[in-house]
Every structure is written in structure tokens, then in C-alpha cells.
Design a protein around this ligand. Structure first.
Ligand SMILES: NC(=O)c1ccc[n+]([C@@H]2O[C@H](COP(=O)([O-])OP(=O)(O)OC[C@H]3O[C@@H](n4cnc5c(N)ncnc54)[C@H](O)[C@@H]3O)[C@@H](O)[C@H]2O)c1
Length: 342
């Protein structure tokens, strides 16, 4: 068992283990409180360990990060007299974590919640850092808050049932985290067998994320480096009509932006080579057939500001990411170089 601490406005602990008994843990630690477990239909089908605790099941997938689902949960809490000292427990991937966190941050102006992430992505990324949110028809996470959990409980055993493509999604974020923040994680990914080393990999990834969010909880600057690969990645997800999943988009985005910044003389060859080698080792995509103008448009639809520049994240070295402010004309040139390097 490993413990990490996130020192933010309200510090919280992350436990990484392989034999969490949620029902017993909850009884011992939160037995005096009224608890609601929020989970999705897939997890409810596979796992039954919390079945004796009141629970609320949402549909699996992104469509549940929705105002109607949010409101149904709020009504359920009100109807069943959940109060300020009650606790919500998010048992699931990033979708369950994001909506549960948002409900917790707004119900009665905020009640405590615990994250029990079950996908690799939620273990290494979304359960830590305090971002919560739901989507609207205008875009992802347009309604949300910064709200930290009371604690995060990670049991890597849950990964045994995670579908392969969801594991690959999380792995792309792990590779991103390694490339922007930790050479030793890059080395572990190069050499470790994932089955044996997963706890180590989760822990190292979390340390990078914790370090970044501790310095910049509200994404004013440094936290933006977590978007490495995401600008092009989101554009490609959109252009593929979401047939390309998020992790695959991020993998392609990291490869394309790094090829472009290598050509610009800002990303060294060995850094690009190692990124490409990692993507190959884990069978993640590195390229996508696309034309510059469509990609440019798809990227700008996602842009939330009116400014005429965009922040691109590039690697100055392994474990060292930088932000590059590109004007929109320059962005077009960079995309062309990235596409030519495909
Ligand atoms: N809050 C943040 O900082 C942050 C960061 C990154 C991503 N996100 C959000 O996270 C979401 C994506 O998270 P995700 O990739 O975990 O998606 P998800 O929650 O949709 O989970 C993916 C799929 O895997 C299933 N699943 C999860 N754990 C399982 C397990 N142990 N066994 C079997 N099946 C399991 C789920 O039922 C779902 O079908 C997106 O909405 C994204 O916006 C948030």
C-alpha cells in the first residue's frame, strides 16, 4: 500500500493498493455518515461489493455528464434527506468522478465526496486535481467547478476488468505525463512489464500530476502543460466523429506536435524518438490522414477564448514541457509541418 498527499486548499490523501475492501473501509471510516455510492451500469454489473450501501446508477459513457442526469441525482439526494455531513462516493471512471464531484460541489453548497477511480485514466488523471464538470451541447465540461475530494482510493485490481481500448486510453495519458514530467517514468514504461509494474506506474504518474496541480490548481498557467497532445488530439477526435477515442487522439496529437516542433528546432531528436518508441511499444497510433484546413477548423471550434493565438504545448526535453503561443497563421504553418511529417 502506498500513500501520497495532495497539498492544496484542502489537503487530501491518495491511497494506492491492491486489496481495498470498500464496504469494510467505508463502514470503518465513514460509518457514522449517510453515504451514497454513485457508479455506472457497467461497474454495477461487474462489482457488487458496495451493494449493501445505498447507491445510484447512471448510464455508462460521456452522455451521463449531462444537466438532466445531474438534476436527477440532486433530486434523489433531496428526496432521501442527504444533508451537509453526508458523503458521496464516486465509484467509476472519469465520467462518474466528474459528475459526482460536480454534484458534491453544488448540493447544499458543497458536501464531501470520495473518489474511487476504476479506469486507468481516472486513476492517473481525472480523480486528482479537483476538476469536476458536465457537458452541454456547446462543448465538454462547460459547467463545472474546482472541488477537491476528501480522499482518493485506488485499487489497481479494478484494472483487471477494464476493456483493452479503455486501458489504451489511459496509457496515452500516462505516456503524456511521463514525457512532460518524469524521465524515470519514461524509463519504467520502456522497461517494465505493465502487469507487474502498474502500481509503480500509477504512483509515478500521480506524482507528476500532484506536483503540477499543487503549483497551479486553477489552471492559470503551469497546469496547461497537461494538455500536451490535446489540441491536435481533440481536433482529430472531432474530425473522426469520435471514432478515434480520446487516448488515441492524444497519442496522435503528441506525435504530430512533436514532429512539428522538432522541425522548428525546439524539440530534440532523441526526445521525439523516445516518444515515438513508447507509442509504438504500446501499439498507440502516431498519425492520422487529415488536411490542414479541416484540422485548423476543428481545433478552433474547441477554442474557448476569443484571442487570436493558441497555446501549444511542446517538449523541450524529456520531462520538460513548454508553452508556445502561436498566432493563428502560424498555427496553420505548424499544422502543415505536422501533417507533412506524418
Ligand atoms: N476531471 C479531470 O481532471 C479530468 C481529466 C481527464 C479526463 N476527464 C474526464 O474523464 C472522462 C473520461 O474518463 P474515462 O476514460 O475513465 O471514461 P469512463 O468513465 O466513461 O469509463 C470508460 C468506460 O470504462 C468502463 N469502466 C471503467 N472502469 C472499469 C472497470 N474497472 N472495469 C470495467 N469497465 C470499467 C466504464 O463503465 C466506461 O464504459 C471524460 O469525461 C473526461 O472529460 C476529467
Amino acid at each position: 500500500m502506498k500513500k501520497l498527499v495532495v497539498n492544496s486548499e484542502n489537503p487530501y490523501e491518495i491511497t494506492i493498493t491492491r486489496d481495498l475492501k470498500i464496504d469494510e473501509y467505508i463502514k470503518t471510516k465513514y460509518g457514522k455518515s449517510k453515504i451514497l455510492v454513485i457508479t455506472d451500469e457497467n461497474l454495477a454489473y461487474i462489482y457488487s461489493e458496495y451493494k449493501n450501501i445505498p447507491h445510484y446508477i447512471i448510464n455508462a459513457g460521456e452522455s451521463s455528464k449531462d444537466i438532466e442526469v445531474y438534476y436527477k441525482i440532486i433530486k434523489f439526494l433531496s428526496k432521501n434527506n442527504f444533508h451537509r455531513d453526508s458523503i458521496l462516493l464516486a465509484f467509476g471512471g472519469g465520467v462518474v468522478g466528474d459528475i459526482t464531484g460536480f454534484v458534491a460541489s453544488t448540493y447544499l453548497r458543497g458536501i464531501p465526496f470520495v473518489q474511487v477511480p476504476t479506469s486507468l485514466l481516472s486513476m492517473v488523471d481525472s480523480s486528482v486535481g479537483g476538476k469536476t464538470g458536465i457537458n452541454t451541447e456547446y462543448g465538454k465540461n462547460l459547467i463545472g467547478s474546482f472541488y477537491n475530494p476528501r480522499e482518493v482510493l485506488i485499487d489497481t485490481r479494478y484494472l483487471d476488468t477494464l476493456p483493452e481500448e479503455e486501458f489504451a486510453n489511459g496509457l496515452a495519458e500516462v505516456i503524456k505525463t511521463a514525457m512532460i514530467g518524469d524521465r524515470s517514468l519514461v524509463e519504467a514504461l520502456m522497461t517494465d512489464q505493465l502487469e507487474d509494474g502498474i502500481e509503480n506506474i500509477v504512483e509515478k504518474s500521480l506524482k507528476v500530476k500532484i506536483d503540477i496541480v499543487q503549483k497551479d490548481m486553477r489552471e492559470s498557467n503551469l497546469r496547461r502543460i497537461l494538455n500536451f497532445g490535446h489540441t491536435i488530439g481533440h481536433g482529430i477526435e472531432k474530425l473522426s466523429d469520435y471514432k478515434i477515442k480520446h487516448g488515441e487522439g492524444v497519442a496522435i496529437g503528441m506525435a504530430m506536435i512533436s514532429k512539428a516542433f522538432h522541425k522548428k528546432g525546439l524539440t530534440p531528436k532523441d526526445t521525439l524518438d523516445i516518444l515515438v518508441a513508447l507509442l509504438e511499444k504500446y501499439s498507440l497510433a502516431k498519425s492520422f490522414e487529415v488536411d490542414k484546413d479541416s484540422l485548423f477548423k476543428a481545433i478552433l471550434i474547441d477554442k474557448k477564448t476569443e484571442e487570436n493565438y493558441i497555446n501549444l504545448v511542446y517538449l523541450e526535453n524529456i520531462g520538460m514541457a513548454k508553452i508556445y503561443k502561436a498566432g493563428l497563421d502560424e498555427l496553420k504553418d505548424i499544422l502543415q509541418i505536422a501533417i507533412d511529417g506524418n
